[in-house]
Design a protein around this ligand. Sequence first.
Ligand code: NAP
Ligand code: G4F
Length: 385
Amino acid sequence: MSSKNKVALITGVTGQDGSYLSELLLDKGYEVHGIKRRASQFNTDRVDHLYHDPHFKGLPFYLHYGDMTDSTNLIRLIQETQPDEIYNLAAQSHVQVSFESPEYTADVDAMGTLRMLEAIRILGLEKKTRFYQASTSELYGKVVETPQNEDTPFYPRSPYGVAKLYAFWICKNYREAYDMFAVNGILFNHESPRRGETFVTRKITRAAVRIAAGLQEKTFLGNMNAKRDWGHAKDYVKGMWLMLQQDDPEDLVLATGETTSVRDFCEMAFGAAGIELEWEGEGVNERGIVKSVDEDVISQHFNNSTQLRQGSVGQATHSEIQTPKTGDTVIEVDPQYFRPTEVELLLGDPSRAQEKLGWKHEYAINDLVEDMVTSDFKEIQANNE
Ligand code: NAP
Ligand code: G4F
């Protein structure tokens, strides 16, 4: 069947990946249905540009209320939409939050996946509907080998990782038991300007930009030594789609094959925002200090933001804006961000995905950082217009 006639259902459509995947599928001619949660305020920022009033003709993009904890609702939505492909992206996706809300995380991330698979079976759609499960490099946790590939044993280190481990195996079990086309994409960290503000990369790029603009004095982080294999979400949603186009279902790793520490990511992000960092102290006493400020870089970012640079920021006038200067401390460590059990190092080996899907990341980490920093500068401009 050509992509033009296909129907996709995306859980987690309002999230980072859901929004990029929706764009990709609409571009390919799919009819896209997304499940969003009811909230007391609008929660569709990331997909608002795709949405249209159903009274008028527009993109074939439809939003439905639903929740991963509500089986009857999921069954009805799958029955109504009769999807050719389901992308199960919905999750309580924050690792640290999973230590605070382990039961809810298990309900959504583990049981939610079972509910989706069982709904397909109950509705007799095993042969029609292909299922993508948003699996994760967090499964490798306390890694037993580096780099990690499809054959590396799992050792999850958080309630999130353990819930996703259940989801991984139940997906594989339904594939084997009921001959369903169900695959796990074992995705390493992927980020973007649409990344949630409490994940470390976005927390850092936002802080770097706000500090460069004189809107924030400093930021507090946790484990500076943790290393992640960071790619761009735009590349990764392409891999998700490719995984459902295989002849035979197979679980695959998507990664860049490069790993970077939180500390190095800080240097890259602050550098892109015009602030050169140096480090003093160790452990909880480590501090990121301004070594130099490149006013030209900051000004370039503000080319389109003259109002912010020359005019008012909230109630502050230009003369009150405190842009950073050499010697200022802009990063401190706060142990509240340490995790009870940490994943110290992730580095993926994407060679099987390259061989089987022809997939390779296009964004290098520098491109990712630049994209996020540029977008965060634009955001503070927009918020101050
Ligand atoms: P995200 O931005 O946190 O998005 C999660 C989505 O799930 C949001 O749309 C959220 O809705 C929705 N959701 C949460 N709880 C729900 C519930 N009970 N019922 C229905 N929807 C619910 O995550 P992401 O970065 O796009 O990641 C997408 C998926 O890939 C997740 O499953 C994540 O665990 C997995 N993953 C992500 C990465 C990564 O680096 N980004 C790597 C590997 C795997 P609201 O908008 O209402 O909160
Ligand atoms: O950005 P993070 O919160 O992402 P984490 O824990 O790697 O999880 C993300 O990637 C997974 C794939 O591997 C996904 F499955 C998951 O859904 C999510 O998208 O933290 C990255 C690292 C951690 O080691 C953390 O301890 O950064 C360290 N870190 C240091 N300071 C911090 C902070 N993390 C956060 N969130 N906030 C900090 O202040």
